[in-house]
Design a binder for this molecule. Structure first.
Ligand SMILES: [Zn+2]
Ligand SMILES: [Zn+2]
Length: 310
């Protein structure tokens, strides 16, 4: 069994207390030592960071003292949760040897930095099979993940569900589960993105569809492997496969996100925004406040429903 679950305190909505870790993707421009202050400026409890430019293969040479600042912030609890998002170029399913080699190097570099800052996790998009199908590429993906997992020293490696475009792997939980079960490692888990789930065709603002998704994840891999949520509203329709994030509460999912965030098996997970923000600079203080408000509203509604049912 995997270790203690961040949402282990699976609770009745009636026992509501706002213990949510409301976090966000935060810029690491100028160095990772800048991250704790940026998180504090928007009142984020947790952060997601890129450890190198997301648009280039070239790794950033971090100063050890910069890494130490972020590590100390995590260890003191000033920052309560940290994930490093691996760059988007990585494709563990590619049939091009040069691209695979670069992907492996980039992932290992991300893991090294995540280890150094005592991050909780590394979020990874597995890549695209470009039409060859998951089954054909699964052995390679499994082999690459095993190499990566051997480098982990503390964090979890979290596979993120995709928006479902083209041959992107992870468009539904079954795909991610088949990878996780084939690798069979105690710290290989999942990060579910609300927008990606929605545009890939699961309306997680609908109680039946949400319950079915969570139940499916629990049955296939065990809910303990779900370690965090990316909370994004969708600027594209359900089933559109278009990866367009909207500010929370302002997109297609709107207030329906309150239901998603308050699901008893999701409500205690760390929640990380990857939204455009109101100035277009990424998640801001207003976004964090809206995330907390939606979470609280969802729990209250569930509580009221429970009371009525009694
Ligand atoms: Zn995401
Ligand atoms: Zn996305």
């Amino acid at each position: 069994m995997p270790g203690a679950h961040p949402g282990a305190r699976v609770r009745e909505a009636a026992s509501y207390a706002d213990g949510v870790i409301a976090g966000a993707h935060v810029s690491s421009a100028g160095g990772l030592h800048n991250v704790p202050a940026r998180a504090a400026a928007i009142a984020a409890d947790g952060v997601q960071v890129f450890i190198q430019s997301a648009r280039t293969w070239k790794p950033t040479a971090h100063r050890p003292e910069d890494l130490a600042v972020l590590r100390a912030a995590r260890e003191s609890g000033q920052v309560q949760y940290i994930v490093c998002h691996a760059i988007y170029f990585i494709n563990l399913a590619t049939d091009e040897p040069a691209l695979l080699e670069k992907s492996r190097a980039a992932l290992l570099n991300t893991i090294d930095v995540a280890n150094a800052i005592a991050a909780d996790g590394i979020v990874l998009h597995v890549g695209s099979h470009k039409g060859r199908g998951l089954e054909a590429t699964l052995p390679q993906i499994v082999a690459e993940l095993k190499v990566a997992l051997a480098h982990l020293d503390g964090p979890w490696l979290l596979l993120e569900n995709s928006a479902g475009a083209g041959g992107t792997i992870g468009r539904d939980p079954v795909e991610l589960a088949s990878i996780i079960n084939a690798v069979d490692h105690p710290r290989l888990g999942l990060c579910i993105d609300t927008c990606h789930a929605y545009v890939s065709g699961v309306d997680v603002t609908d109680p039946q569809q949400l319950d079915a998704l969570v139940e499916q994840l629990d049955t296939l891999v065990g809910i303990d492997r779900l370690r965090c949520l990316h909370v994004n509203d969708a600027a594209a329709a359900c089933g559109s496969n278009r990866d367009r994030h909207a500010n929370v509460g302002e997109g297609e999912m709107g207030d329906g996100l309150a239901l998603t965030l308050s699901h008893p098996l999701l409500a205690d997970l760390p929640m990380l925004l990857e939204t455009p923000g109101h100035e277009g600079n990424g998640p801001d203080a207003q976004e964090i406040a809206t995330l907390r408000a939606l979470h609280a509203a969802g729990l209250k509604r569930r509580q009221a429903k429970q009371k009525r049912a009694r």
